[in-house]
Design a protein around this ligand. Structure first.
Ligand code: SF4
Length: 185
């Protein structure tokens, strides 16, 4: 039996950059450099669903955490996570190891260590408002909404899994760091 019984959970766009807000991707489809290392290490992959793509589609605007931070979005995130948690629990119960969960820092949904915040929203009456709105954009400490819900859910079912993250603005800068941490597992 060749299987290594090790699995990693990755945010959807690591395996499919097409789900990202249009204009935002540093790789063509799959983040190959990351994936190749995981594959070489014999770790299996579970791809998390992309909550933004599922709920708001490919023509959505880039949004900030405040726009997703509502009960409906949180409940839908949880529903999407339910089958994932069920599988993870079953794997762990039968001796498999979930080596980590990889999020996307900077994302309002999938950020782990930092996410984006700003005074977004409302009708834009004239173009001068756009600059003002964009100026309010900042990165803040904390997780995105989807990852917050995932963390809560894991706690409820008594599972502790380490979180790692890829920096959305420069995916290659975070590669060495994340690989070293996962390699150490
Ligand atoms: S960071 Fe999360 S919400 Fe954004 S595209 Fe990737 S999987 Fe979807």
């Amino acid at each position: 039996m060749k299987r290594k019984k090790k699995i990693i959970l990755v945010c959807h766009c690591i395996l499919n950059s097409n789900s990202k807000v249009e204009g935002l991707s540093q790789y063509e489809g799959v983040f190959k450099e990351f994936l190749n290392i995981i594959a070489d290490k014999g770790i299996g992959i579970i791809q998390l669903p992309c909550p933004e793509m599922i709920m708001y589609g490919i023509k959505r605007w880039g949004q900030v955490k405040e726009q997703y931070d509502n009960l409906f979005y949180r409940q839908q995130c949880r529903r999407l996570l339910e089958p994932i948690i069920q599988q993870v629990k079953n794997y762990i119960d039968f001796g498999y190891e979930i080596v980590g969960i990889v999020g996307i820092d900077g994302s309002p949904s999938c950020g782990v260590n930092f996410t984006c915040s700003g005074n977004y929203g409302g009708e834009i009456i004239d173009s001068s408002q756009v600059a003002e709105i964009l100026e309010s954009l900042k990165l803040v400490n904390g997780s995105g909404v989807f990852i917050e819900e995932l963390k809560k859910y894991l706690k409820e079912v008594d599972l502790e899994i380490p979180f790692y993250s890829i920096n959305e603005n420069d995916v290659y800068s975070s590669l060495d760091d994340i690989i070293q941490k996962i390699w150490a597992t």
